[in-house]
Structure formats: structure tokens, C-alpha cells
Design a protein around this ligand. Structure first.
Ligand code: PEP
Ligand code: MN
Length: 344
């Protein structure tokens, strides 16, 4: 069961709901979105019905949720959520199409700035870039750590682009949140429940990649872990799943976009770089993402992919970026979406 608070509900009114539920032996989880707060209830639902919660001041609605994920479910929130990123509040949501671009990994200040400038030229309004890299091989470049975060912050100052960057360890969540505008949870950590809870507590937007072998329900349950700790500012990212197919790095499950949109009120973006794993597939997969109704895409770009320390074969260079920019400019309006520009 979920209690939807009215837009202007006060902390006291939210506290009164929590107290009444706790008094009846239940548990109440408060989650804050950009425009409203919801309270998820766990315990004896029949008993909650007797509490007359709907009559409490500040309560807009009491909704029984039949899906296993409650707070992210669309059942209490039919209109899709918009997540705003950074001080300039770049939207990711139903009315816009957000292009997120940048290097797979932060390697040097020069490389990151050059990649960010390529991203801006293509119309990106958010910068991606990994400072902590979860690599399949312990011998591969692991990222620059805090030095990489500093570079991202400098490039944000230089370009104005808010930063999306991955956190791979609970111990680093506070550090990464000091620098990042949005925290990314990678596919390899998609069911690292303590990490999901930690980013749920930090109060910054989160991009949650789908686990490479997660079902859509498992992906939404992962989002529920973040929401249950108080944070509803979650963007889902379909980045391809493991299948028997070897021609592509992963298989982009394009149908996951409308399925997730149907089940959850969270925005959904597509990562055509990590799904295809090939430069030549990024633009076609991006077109598919726009056409199927994704709220944005996140793509790798690199000024010198041949010498990239991570994922060079899938990084876009200038010519591809022009094709990508054209696809976004021409196709997104057909889906009733405008470019996701800063709103503050
Ligand atoms: C990334 O975006 O840099 C990344 C590692 O992606 P994924 O977790 O989807 O593999
Ligand atoms: Mn990568």
C-alpha cells in the first residue's frame, strides 16, 4: 500500500502518517520525488485500512499496489516522473529527449574536456564519464578515482554540463556524491543491494543500469531498493542483456523501454554504446531508442578512440556525432519531445 501525499504536504503531516502506521505495528518508508512525497507501507494491509489514513491532513490518496515493486510502480503515479539533474536542472522525462554523452572513462583532463566539447557540439546537455571503472579484468584500467572526479568537476565548470558518473563501492558513495550531479549504478552492481540502499540515502539522482542478466522485474526491484531508502529520483537505463548472440557486445532489449514505462513511473534511457559495443551500431540503435519512446540516450564519445583506455571500439567520433545529432534533431520531435535544455 502506498500513501500519496499532496504536493504541499508538510514534514509534520508526513510524520503523522508514519507515526500512525508505526503505532499499528507497520513500517512506513518515506520517498521524496521532485514534486511529491509518497509513503510505502509494509505490514498488515487490512489493519492499515482501519487507520483511516485518507482522512489525515496532507494525504492525497491511498493506493493498494499489486506489483512487487511499490514505490516505483505506476499504479499510484500514472503520469510519468521527470528527474532533474544538476544545479541547472536538466530534465529527463516524458516531454523531452536527453542526450548524455562523454568518455567511457576519464583518462586525462584534456581527453575529458575534448570529449565534453564533442558532446556539447552534438547537443548533449549532460556529461558522462567514469572515474571508478568496474572492469571485468583486474589488469584493465580501473579509473582515476578521486582525481577523475576532480577532472569531471572542472569540465563541468568549463562546459556547464552536469555530470553523471559511476559509483562501484558503498565506501565511495559520499565521495562520488560530492562531485557528481547524478550517480550511476553499473550493470555489474545492479543487484548490489547495499550499494543500492546507500545511493538511496544520499539524496542525489541515480541512473540505474539494468543488470546484464536481470529480468525487468528484477531491475524494477533494484530501483525499489533505492526508492525505499527515500530517493525517487531514479532513471532506468537499458544497456543490453546477455544472450547467445555474439555479433554484438550485448543484446539491446528495446522492448524493455515500453515495458518498463508501462510498469513504473520512472524515466527510461537507452545506452546504445554498451549494448551494441560497436561504433557503427550506435546511431541505428539510438534511432530505435528514440522511436520506441525512450526519454534519452547515454553514449560514449572519445577524441582518440584508437588509444582509449576503455571501450574505444564503441566510442563515437566527430562524424558519427553529427549523424547522431541529426537523428535526435529529426526524430525526437516526431515523438513529441523537445531537446532537454536546462530549466534553471
Ligand atoms: C559504463 O557506462 O561505463 C558502464 C560500465 O556501463 P555498464 O555498467 O552498462 O557496463
Ligand atoms: Mn564503457
Amino acid at each position: 500500500m502506498v500513501i500519496v501525499m499532496a504536493p504541499g504536504a508538510t514534514d509534520e503531516q508526513i510524520g503523522a502518517v508514519v507515526d500512525r502506521v508505526s503505532g499499528a505495528g507497520g513500517e512506513a518508508f518515506v520517498s521524496r520525488g521532485d514534486t511529491r512525497t509518497i509513503v510505502g507501507l509494509v505490514g498488515d494491509i487490512d489493519r492499515f485500512h482501519g487507520l483511516n489514513l485518507r482522512a489525515l491532513p496532507g494525504v492525497a490518496e491511498v493506493v493498494r499496489i499489486s506489483t512487487p515493486f511499490k514505490l516505483v510502480s505506476r499504479q499510484h503515479h500514472p503520469q510519468m516522473s521527470t528527474v532533474f539533474v544538476g544545479e541547472s536542472r536538466v530534465p529527463i522525462g516524458p516531454d523531452t529527449f536527453t542526450l548524455i554523452a562523454g568518455p567511457c572513462a576519464v583518462e586525462t583532463a584534456e581527453q575529458t574536456l575534448a570529449a565534453a566539447q564533442m558532446a556539447v557540439a552534438a547537443g548533449a546537455t549532460l556529461l558522462r564519464g567514469g572515474a571508478f571503472k568496474p572492469r571485468s579484468s583486474p589488469y584493465a584500467f580501473q579509473g582515476l578515482g578521486e582525481d577523475g572526479l576532480r577532472i569531471l568537476a572542472d569540465v563541468r565548470t568549463e562546459t556547464g554540463l552536469p555530470v553523471v558518473t559511476e559509483v562501484v563501492d558503498v565506501a565511495d558513495v559520499e565521495l562520488v556524491a560530492e562531485y557528481a550531479d547524478m550517480l550511476q549504478i553499473g550493470t555489474r552492481n545492479a543487484q548490489n543491494f547495499t550499494l543500492l540502499q546507500a545511493v538511496g540515502e544520499i539524496g542525489k539522482p541515480v541512473m540505474l543500469k539494468r543488470g546484464m542478466s536481470s529480468t525487468i522485474e528484477e531491475w524494477l526491484m533494484a530501483a525499489e531498493y533505492i526508492a525505499q531508502k527515500g530517493n525517487l529520483e531514479v532513471v532506468l537505463c537499458e544497456r543490453g542483456i546477455r544472450t547467445f548472440e555474439k555479433a554484438t557486445r550485448n543484446t539491446l532489449d528495446i522492448s524493455a523501454v515500453p515495458v518498463a514505462h508501462d510498469l513504473a513511473h520512472l524515466p527510461v534511457v537507452v545506452d546504445p554504446s554498451h549494448s551494441g559495443g560497436r561504433r557503427d551500431l550506435v546511431v541505428p540503435l539510438s534511432r530505435a531508442a528514440i522511436a520506441i519512446g525512450a526519454d534519452g540516450i547515454i553514449v560514449d564519445v572519445h577524441p582518440h578512440p584508437d588509444t582509449a583506455l576503455c571501450d574505444g571500439p564503441q566510442a563515437l567520433v566527430d562524424g558519427d556525432l553529427r549523424a547522431l545529432a541529426t537523428a535526435v534533431r529529426q526524430l525526437a520531435p516526431l515523438m513529441d519531445r523537445s531537446p532537454a535544455l536546462p530549466t534553471a
